[in-house]
Design a protein around this ligand. Sequence first.
Ligand code: FAD
Ligand code: SF4
Length: 477
Amino acid sequence: MSGDNKLKPSERMKIQRQAMPAREGHQRSACFEEVNLGFDERLAVLEAQRCLECKDAKCISGCPVQIDIPGFVSRVAGGDLAGAADILLRDNALPGISGRVCPQEKQCEAQCVRGKGKGCSVAIGHLERFVADWARAHQNGRSPVAPKPTGFKVAVVGSGPAGLTAAGELARKGHAVTVFEALHEPGGVLVYGIPQFRLPKEIVKAEVESLTRLGVNIECNVVIGQTYTIDDLMTEEGYHAVFIANGAGLPVFLGIPGENLKGVYSANEYLTRVNLMRAWRDDAETPVLKVKHAVVVGGGNTAMDGVRTAKRLGAESATLVYRRSRTEMPARIEEVQHAEEEGIQFQMLTNPVEILGDENGWVRAIRCVRMELGEPDASGRRSPIPIPGSEFEIPCEVVIVAVGTRANPLLTQTTPDLKVNRKGYIEVDADGMTSKPGVFAGGDIVRGAATVILAMGDGKRAAAAIDRYLTAKRATQ
Ligand code: FAD
Ligand code: SF4
């Protein structure tokens, strides 16, 4: 909005936060279509007009990739969607993804001045999604200006949000980038973990394609640590720098009796089978059990995705078992609300103690104990304590364990001079450089299981550091 048409702050303050249109709970719990429908232009402009365009915009400091939020939001308010897209895409290579899955309520929106006191923050995430979708519909296929080649080759290990972001940033600087991905499709958790009903795969595909148009080469089915080691990449394959972003996808189990019964899955296996291997199809080669009663253990986004997927695959009851209370659940608030609307049952302050099987070794129930909250633990959350004598059983045929993941040692074990901490995560300096010169790392393999936008922030920072490293290398050549 420009000139005389611009609303006064008092007029902006009167506009209420616009709700995200969504499919009805009963409609969507049986299908994999995306739940949120997105703003149309009228809603987006109205919501954007709520922004006060603060000079000292606190929202920017809450964003791990430092998007110029008032810049792009003010363009939306004025109806200049191409201008909004230019600003957004300058800071964020994957806005259609982050606009859908970021925990904005804990990041940019938590800092927004309109959210202080009893107010409601500007719906920054919904606007980001709107602009990204507009750009995909109107500008997709746009050929970026080819940068002058630098002559340097950079290898990226893993094609999740950290790897894709770094690859895009490095390609824009003119470096020849190859991404090596172990799976047969690029995207990392964005394709194998987060389900279609939250993040349609076409969006990941379109954002990956925009990177390949930029010149990024992606080689799937290549496992670094097996097909090549990091040393192979830097010697025989001639790469001048490497960015490791292989995530932390090794599942953690509960360590209780009965975990080897038939019908127990790790959430990663269950979700990978459904999302990547299309297990919802009757002719799928790697199906999952479609059962009447499913139980998912955990309280994060992965648990929420697992339980909502089980419901969509036809479970009459899909139950989430979590040892703390709802306040401590790490899942995004919107996902918890959507799960409730879809009829997911929540067993809060409940911990599994044993998985029970029938005479043929199939899961028949999970035995749990009720918990109460004690003093805060190392994570700052109140630790759960079992209530003696409160054990009970939940009948079920499938148990999905979603209590976390850890680093896969395959890559680090084949690169002995790469320093890792006691949990197996790679140690880096402020620039993202590891103990091995020219080798950088970021995302979950450094932080432990975190978020998409933190992984993207790491990719962006490491790409800038790699560029500086290569420029310095040229100076000494
Ligand atoms: P990943 O996304 O894990 O990507 C790593 C890639 O490296 C993978 O493709 C893997 O196949 C590949 N790889 C591994 N080893 C090798 C090797 N040796 N050689 C070659 N390639 C290799 N975060 C949010 O912000 N919002 C959410 O809503 C959300 N929901 C989630 C739901 C689920 C089910 C899960 C599992 C996580 C979720 N997260 C969410 C967390 C988020 O997805 C991760 O923090 C993020 O994807 C980490 O990015 P990354 O690039 O570090 O690794
Ligand atoms: Fe707009 Fe809120 Fe950012 Fe201020 S803090 S610029 S109101 S989004």
